[in-house]
Design a protein around this ligand. Structure first.
Ligand code: ADP
Length: 289
């Protein structure tokens, strides 16, 4: 239940009186609401955790970075701030609908357009951000393997050890991680990627326009986004057919895809616990023993 003073604060931010605030389902991390004014609707996320303001500030920057590319849309952010103990992120409300195959084709083309924009020579981002509610380190590296091992695999492996989800003998040495990745990673150009592209992180507007939401952006190998789309059953063939007109799609047997999915499985292990342990161990044994 939202306090009337928070509601009043939001109506000042919007310079308009609020007629109602309705809960929106589907959020994993924060509470989500639809805020109605007489003219418009807005989407609001609220979170009371100590790290939430920083998480929302990086989400805002991620959404803005995607929008700046003018390749694929992300909701426009209106405000990000804190009211008493509540951090919040306020953005454009996108009325959603179930996608048609034509719209998933557009998603495929537009994601490939985002991935085709190469920027600079380093992997990483201007700041650290979050993957779900876990910190994601984006220190810059000019070498993709070094970036992936140091900023992606090692921090999650360390966290899994701290949480007693993995024991020391199950964690490969840095040398084994570097060698394992090196064998399968090609020379790649840094591209802006969504960073957490599962099926809940895109929406199709009522007008049929794809939007990316809840990003964990950084400059990385574009195949990381594709690997994530394939982790839990995959997107539709219209999406992959369209995407593959621009870049080859990682095939189901691709080792690189396994190694990119390992990061997300480690994140799931750390967020949701032991049900992800068997998949993590299998990949660690296959590639990094
Ligand atoms: P969380 O970070 O807590 O997981 P999400 O950003 O995934 O929250 O948002 C929760 C749900 O709200 C999404 O699954 C989506 O359906 C819906 N949603 C997200 N952004 C918008 C938006 N701008 N307009 C309308 N609905 C949205």
């Amino acid at each position: 239940m939202m306090s009337s003073s928070f509601k009043e604060h939001l109506s000042q931010v919007l310079a308009s009186s609020i007629s109602k605030i309705e809960p929106v389902s589907g959020g994993d991390i924060s509470k989500a609401y639809c805020v109605h004014t007489s003219m418009q609707r807005f989407f609001l996320k609220v979170n009371e955790s100590g790290f939430a303001l920083e998480m929302f500030l990086t989400e805002k920057k991620g959404l803005e970075s995607i929008n700046l590319t003018k390749t694929i849309k992300a909701p426009e952010v209106l405000d990000c701030g804190q009211y008493k103990s509540s951090s919040y992120l306020l953005m454009e409300f996108i009325e959603t609908k179930n996608p048609t195959s034509k719209e998933l084709e557009t998603l495929g083309h537009q994601l490939a357009d985002l991935h085709a924009l190469s920027a600079g020579d380093s992997f990483g981002w201007s700041q650290d951000n979050y993957i779900g509610s876990l910190p994601q380190s984006n220190k810059n590296h000019s070498d993709w393997t070094l970036f992936y091992v140091h900023e992606r695999l090692l921090p999650q492996l360390k966290m899994a050890k701290e949480k007693r989800l993995l024991i020391s003998s199950e964690i490969p040495s840095e040398g084994n991680l570097l060698n394992g990745c090196e064998r399968f990673f090609p020379t790649v150009k840094p591209a802006l990627i969504h960073g957490d592209l599962w099926s809940g992180n895109y929406i199709i507007s009522a007008q049929g326009v794809p939007y990316l939401i809840d990003p964990a952006v950084y400059f990385g190998h574009h195949e990381v986004d594709l690997a994530m789309t394939q982790l839990f059953g995959g997107f539709s063939s219209s999406f992959y057919n369209a995407y593959s007109e621009h870049f080859p799609v990682v095939t189901l047997q691709n080792e690189r895809k396994d190694i990119y999915q390992l990061y997300y499985l480690l994140v799931h292990l750390n967020l949701f616990g032991r049900s992800y342990y068997p998949s993590v161990i299998q990949l660690l044994k296959t590639y990094f023993n």
